[in-house]
Design a protein around this ligand. Structure first.
Ligand code: ADP
Ligand code: MG
Length: 261
């Protein structure tokens, strides 16, 4: 069901001319990016180029000083300007944040909770959904990512690849409008990386809207509709993966790609 504010034709996320600084350090210098519904956008670039910051700004985990962020066509309401700019409406922030689920490099599972409890926590406590419904959904998502037998296990008893798949199930259980991944495979050994890549590919095939920050150029090439190359807080080049990876136009992207292969 669409709410009054949502618009199914609008991109799930649209960022226009975003500026973000930490003190004197300008990290994003006017970045525009769109995640249309059902599309996968990958964000690539060297360490420190601002990829995580952009993702965190999109999710309103970080403030930004200038530029617009729209969720399903609905602009974030701001109060104040520049360094004093903050979201004006806490309910709007919560609604948007819960609709853009993040998956982090380090999984960020609760160590003292079982896997099932981890997956159920936010839908029950943040969204107030009925426990029995959430449990059924959580078990379904854990099955979907291939660890349906791990419900009663604690994170420390699982491999990194299994923990990351649990984190993906947790994100899915929020039933978000988009998934935001920040280097989801960077903490994993190569053989465990592939089991997470497989899950991400399956989600892409389902038509989920995703933004994926990744150092894995093969993943970016295989799953993305659009790839954005960030360099020092600006988009240096962007386009379809086939064009970007086989025919990079800027010298910086050429250098970046030859260094990462
Ligand atoms: P990436 O994810 O592309 O590696 P980040 O977005 O993490 O880059 O960081 C971009 C720049 O912002 C880096 O120079 C980093 O040191 C700086 N930075 C990131 N987070 C903070 C923070 N909380 N406080 C100060 N500087 C930060
Ligand atoms: Mg990062």
């Amino acid at each position: 069901m669409l709410t009054a504010n949502s618009n199914s034709d609008s991109p799930v996320i649209e960022i226009q001319g975003l500026h973000k600084a930490y003190g004197d350090l300008e990290v994003l210098k006017g970045v525009s990016m769109t995640a249309p519904r059902g599309h996968v956008v990958s964000l690539i670039g060297s360490s420190g180029s601002g990829k995580s910051t952009l993702l965190r700004c999109a999710n309103l985990l970080e403030d930004s000083q200038q530029g617009e962020i729209l969720f399903e066509g609905e602009p974030i309401h701001w109060k104040g300007t520049g360094l004093h700019r903050r979201p004006a409406d806490r309910k709007q922030v919560l609604r948007i944040r819960t609709n853009l689920s993040m998956v982090f490099q380090q999984f960020n599972l609760w160590a003292h909770m079982t896997i099932l409890e981890n997956v159920m926590e936010a839908p029950v406590t943040v969204l107030g959904r009925p426990k029995a419904d959430v449990e059924a959904a959580a078990r379904g998502y854990l099955d979907k990512v291939g660890i349906g037998d791990k419900c009663d296990v604690y994170p420390a008893q699982m491999s990194g690849g299994q923990q990351q798949r649990a984190a993906i199930a947790r994100a899915l259980c929020m039933e978000p409008k988009a998934l935001l991944f920040d280097e989801p495979t960077s903490a994993l050994d190569p053989e465990l990386e592939q089991e997470v890549v497989k899950v991400i590919k399956a989600l892409a095939e389902e038509g989920r809207t995703m933004i994926i920050v990744t150092h894995d150029m093969r993943l970016a090439n295989d799953v993305s509709d659009h790839v954005v190359f960030l360099h020092k807080g600006l988009i240096e080049e962007e386009g379809a993966p086939s064009a970007l990876f086989s025919n990079p136009k800027t010298e910086r992207l050429q250098q970046f790609l030859s260094a990462t292969v």
